[in-house]
Ligand binder design. Structure first.
Ligand SMILES: Cc1cc2nc3c(=O)[nH]c(=O)nc-3n(C[C@H](O)[C@H](O)[C@H](O)COP(=O)(O)OP(=O)(O)OC[C@H]3O[C@@H](n4cnc5c(N)ncnc54)[C@H](O)[C@@H]3O)c2cc1C
Ligand SMILES: NC(=O)c1ccc[n+]([C@@H]2O[C@H](COP(=O)([O-])OP(=O)(O)OC[C@H]3O[C@@H](n4cnc5c(N)ncnc54)[C@H](O)[C@@H]3O)[C@@H](O)[C@H]2O)c1
Length: 451
């Protein structure tokens, strides 16, 4: 580690996506900058170490029938190489320092860091401080949860080298569905306990039904409206006791994944000392330019309570760059139609308004749906399951939203997003000449159904 200075132009707490990108950018501009990260195993942040990258590596391996233990080994290899690359991305600059330790505010302009290797406390001052400490799993207060040795989070389950025989997942959001998909494909018997009585409650019903059918076809059992009362630790298995309506049911598990949302990492920060306000859930309150209640302190990434995606953290970097350097003004208000992808097999990707949302907002809509099996690309990949859906404003011909449940939809959705940002009429996607055989050419057929 480089020697630690008493004062920096900017201090970034947490090695998240926005923070590391900002650190490298600031260093390139000649600023003295430090990134404080509490664990050497987290250089590069959540995404590359314990989230997007390891999960998608496992999804890919599962799709290609790689045995579980080999998939975990490959995931570990990938993560280690990315962690080193991310460290170097900041450390390569002589005026940028990565400090391994836990940061805690002493005042709005000073931070105490407990160094990870020696336990020594050092005090560092900075003109500007950017908080980028991310989030961690919520562990609901279920009786027996703390006593169980079979309870895992997304982080710890991916450390297991032995495939769980019977995996029960509590939750039915992003993490639950991605883990359900991949562990079922690796060969686990998977049950999903969804607190909500409606599967994927935000989606249009035709899309949610299509996803549900695909997961059930993979052997995943989905229990809706399932309220977990208790975990009872046992010998070979633990028992999960849950209620659906008035019916009490028990299910046995060799592993239990808690996937019930995430909460902000603020416990060590001593935000009161800096006058930084938090909301009722503990997230740091920011304005459209990500400034906190204290001048010269910003909060970026998951910690500011915005959408929890790596690409949002990256866009947060752009917002800070626009303020501190001479870039075009940018704020969260500019974020329209941000796409999302849920990496089940095939992935579910979405941008803009769903049909029910568009109708709820008073639009007159034209809607087209098409089975993914109409795509020759989907056929040749042997992944014909899924559906395409487009929602168009009947008055303006502008695309209001699009949902794609098909191979490579996480790529294809960006094309639709670009068309929406550019304000293109749906007929442009309908009439564009696409390569063949590609998933993109399905947009010809989907938008032709609009008219
Ligand atoms: C299993 C899983 C899969 C996901 N998959 C995707 C996906 O496919 N695509 C996607 O876009 N998003 C995905 N996400 C969400 C995405 O990972 C997060 O939105 C993103 O990583 C948040 O980054 P960040 O910039 O907020 O900071 P983070 O990357 O979370 O970094 C915060 C860092 O701060 C450190 N830290 C915390 N407190 C302190 C302190 N006091 N002092 C010093 N350091 C501290 C932490 O150790 C951590 O390294 C996934 C999340 C999970 C959990
Ligand atoms: N592909 C991606 O982009 C991707 C993948 C994984 C995670 N993520 C991000 O990480 C975030 C966290 O993922 P997540 O799946 O933990 O959260 P989530 O918000 O997507 O889903 C949480 C689920 O837990 C349920 N739940 C909440 N409290 C509960 C309780 N007490 N008991 C039982 N169930 C409960 C909810 O009903 C919901 O089904 C996501 O919101 C997303 O932003 C993104």
């Amino acid at each position: 580690m480089k020697s630690i200075q008493k004062k920096y132009d900017a201090l970034i707490i947490g090695f998240g996506k926005g923070g590391k990108t900002l650190a490298a950018f600031m260093a390139k501009q000649g600023w003295q900058v430090a990134v404080i990260e509490r664990s050497a195993l987290m250089y590069g942040g959540t995404c590359i170490n314990i989230a997007c990258i390891p999960t998608k590596s496992l999804v890919h391996s599962a799709e290609n029938h790689v045995p579980y233990a080999d998939a975990i080994a490959e995931k570990n290899r990938l993560v280690e190489s990315l962690r080193k690359r991310n460290f170097d991305m900041v450390d390569q600059f002589p005026n940028a320092t990565v400090i391994t330790g836990t940061a805690s505010f002493l005042s709005p302009g000073t931070v105490s860091v407990r160094l990870a290797d020696s336990g020594e406390e050092v005090t560092i001052a900075a003109d500007r401080i950017i908080i980028n400490t991310g989030a961690k799993p919520v562990l609901p207060s279920i009786p027996g949860l703390n006593a169980s040795r079979r309870v895992f989070t997304s982080t710890t389950l991916m450390e297991e080298t032995k495939l769980p025989e019977r995996l029960v997942i509590i939750g039915a959001g992003y993490i639950a569905l991605e883990f359900a998909g991949m562990y079922a494909q690796f060969g686990s018997e998977v049950t999903l306990l969804s607190r909500s009585a409606t599967f994927l409650p935000d989606e249009d019903r035709d899309i949610a039904d299509a996803v549900q059918s695909i997961l059930i076809a993979k052997g995943i059992r989905i229990e809706l409206g399932a309220l977990v009362d208790e975990l009872v630790p046992g010998g070979d298995t633990d028992t999960i006791v849950y209620r659906q309506a008035e019916t009490r049911t028990e299910i046995k598990a060799t592993a239990i994944l808690i996937a019930a949302g995430r909460q902000p990492n603020t416990e060590d920060l001593n935000l009161e000392a800096a006058g930084v306000r938090q909301d009722s859930k503990g997230y740091i309150v920011v304005d459209e330019r990500l400034q906190t209640s204290t001048p010269n302190i910003w909060a970026i990434g998951d910690i500011n309570g915005g959408p929890q995606f790596t690409y949002i953290s990256l866009d947060d970097f752009r917002i800070i760059r626009s303020q501190l350097f001479d870039f075009k003004p940018h704020s969260t208000a500019d974020r329209i139609q941000v796409a999302g992808a849920l990496f089940i097999t095939p992935p579910l990707s979405h941008v803009g308004l769903r049909e029910h949302e568009a109708i709820g907002k008073g639009y007159r809509v034209k809607v087209a749906t098409l089975p993914a099996s109409t795509s020759t690309r989907a056929q040749l990949l042997n992944r014909p399951e899924g559906i395409f859906k487009a929602v168009v404003d009947a008055d303006t011909n502008l695309i209001l939203g699009c949902t794609l449940l098909c191979s490579d939809s996480s790529e294809l959705i960006n094309l639709v997003q670009l068309a929406m940002h550019a304000g293109l009429d749906y007929t442009v996607l309908r009439d564009t000449i696409y390569t063949h055989p590609s998933m993109s050419e399905s947009l010809n057929d989907l938008f032709a159904k609009i008219g």
